[in-house]
Design a binder for this molecule. Structure first.
Ligand SMILES: Nc1nc2c(ncn2[C@@H]2O[C@H](COP(=O)(O)OP(=O)(O)O)[C@@H](O)[C@H]2O)c(=O)[nH]1
Ligand SMILES: [Mg+2]
Length: 448
């Protein structure tokens, strides 16, 4: 899909060329240009990047790396820089104002950001300051309920600044207050006036622009315009799940100096990812964003008491299978979680799209097994299967199906856990660069 696959082609060119001379680098740069331009990255930026890579590709080699490694890393680093470098969302923000044009995902993002910070122990409140659209407050109320956040609205009040002042008072025992604002289809005089009023009343230190990935390089104009009005200092790029232009939007934001803190990757409250260009590249270039997965898995662990690292454990038993399926469901659709690990395509549909009911059934079946059967399902003969079906209130068909699916998953996980991830850890967790190197060496692990 889009940017990732095409960038991957550029890297492949570098990996496969027998001699890494100027011509080979040029070839790879061309491939990269194609990828970036079709993701709607501004041409001037693409040309600048290409020039830099071609100029620096043959400078002195540092330490023990070879030319090929050096150029791949150069390409990676330059691309990461183009897309915004490293960034971390503020740790304990007190107030966040979300602004942006109509339909970009402000209201949805209010809920996502609220959930993200409440998972980090903050009490969050939302203010509905979109007084322009009649149904806006109701939409935010639903969003707040889903995110389990406090909520303030006053549908009778048509002055947004007054609603904000009332909201600040009503929600004063919250640690973080997020203000949803109105959008228009264009940044006209009305919207500017209203944004300034809200800004004056809300006095937030964090003012984030919400922008849909589908606007591509136009993001630059929007970011600049909103920056002039309220002083935007962060960005949330939504709809990364459905647009081929995400790369363009990211590069455009980066070129204005605005930090992209989060990506929206779906319509649900949990579909939010911290954005860090290096990790993002690791993922789109096909190495699987292990770090993102572990982070998300960590959150589930805290809620559910499941050992996230088991995902990567060598011994994959029926019990881990069931626990992983349960945990994965909490993290979002299993298919998506596996995608982050770079193994989505290898998992059969009937598993990645398994419904709640079936999973529960599997739970009963596994509960009816002895611990030895769970560890070693090969001991399950006909009479044992009959006993388990009776004990779990299911059918023998169900039991066999579970065993079949378990075997399929075991195969997938075995490939994945052939990697000893401990080797790739540095102080801060898994070191993506080391891991990527490993992937490139291990031909048998299929790159996606
Ligand atoms: N697929 C997808 N849809 C999103 C995302 N964020 C928002 N949306 C959808 O975009 C539409 C507009 O969102 P909304 O929050 O109402 O935009 P607002 O007008 O800026 O407040 C809604 O249909 C949302 O469900 C996202 O990250 N992915
Ligand atoms: Mg809205």
């Amino acid at each position: 899909m889009g940017l990732g696959e095409n960038l991957r082609k550029a890297i492949e060119k570098l990996k496969n060329s027998s001699e890494l001379d100027k011509a080979a680098v040029k070839e790879a740069v061309k491939e990269m240009q194609r990828a970036l331009i079709s993701a709607d990255v501004e041409i001037a930026l693409v040309l600048k990047l290409s020039r830099e890579i071609e100029e620096e590709a043959f400078s002195d080699l540092p330490g023990s790396v070879n030319r090929r490694e050096f150029v791949i890393k150069l390409l990676h680093d330059k691309l990461a820089q183009l897309l915004g470098g490293a960034s971390t969302p503020p740790e304990k923000p007190r107030r966040i104002l979300l602004c942006g044009l109509y339909g970009q995902g402000k209201t949805t993002s209010c809920g996502k950001v609220a959930k993200w910070y409440s998972k980090r122990g903050m009490k969050v409140g939302l203010i509905a300051a979109d007084v322009f659209r009649p149904a806006a407050a109701e939409q935010l109320r639903t969003v707040a309920e889903r995110a389990k956040a406090q909520f303030y609205s006053n549908e009778k009040e048509k002055n947004a600044a007054k609603v904000v002042a009332q909201g600040l008072d009503a929600l004063k025992d919250c640690d973080l207050i997020i203000c949803d604002s109105a959008g228009r289809s264009a940044l006209d005089g009305e919207l500017i006036k209203e944004m300034q009023m809200i800004d004056d009343a809300f006095r937030a230190e964090h003012k984030w622009l919400v922008i849909g990935a589908d606007v591509g390089q136009v993001a630059k104009k929007q970011a600049q315009a909103f920056h002039e009005i309220v002083g935007v200092n962060g960005v949330v790029v939504t709809r990364m799940d459905g647009s081929a232009k995400g790369g363009g939007a990211l590069a455009a934001c980066a070129s204005t100096g605005a930090k992209v803190y989060f990506l929206g990757t779906g319509e649900k409250t949990g579909d939010l990812q911290e954005f860090d260009a290096t990790r993002y590249l690791g993922r789109v270039m096909g190495y699987g964003d292990l770090q993102a997965l572990l982070e998300k898995a960590q959150e589930v662990t805290e809620e559910e008491g499941i050992n996230a690292e088991e995902l990567l454990e060598n011994e994959f038993t029926l019990e881990t299978f069931y626990q992983q399926m349960k945990a994965a469901r909490k993290m979002g659709p299993l298919g998506k979680v596996l995608d982050m690990m770079g193994m989505g395509a290898q998992v059969p549909k009937e598993i990645s799209e398994m419904g709640e009911q079936k999973l529960n059934k599997y739970g009963y079946i596994i509960d009816s097994m002895t611990s030895r059967e769970r560890k070693d399902p090969d001991t399950l003969n006909k009479s044992r299967i009959a006993r388990i079906a009776r004990g779990s209130g299911t059918t023998q068909e169900n039991v066999r199906e579970l065993l079949k699916n378990f075997k399929k998953m075991k195969k997938v996980f075995r490939q994945f856990s052939a990697l000893d991830t401990k080797k790739f850890e540095d102080g801060k967790g898994i070191n993506m660069q080391k891991l990527q190197k490993m992937f490139t060496k291990k031909k048998k692990f299929k790159l996606r």
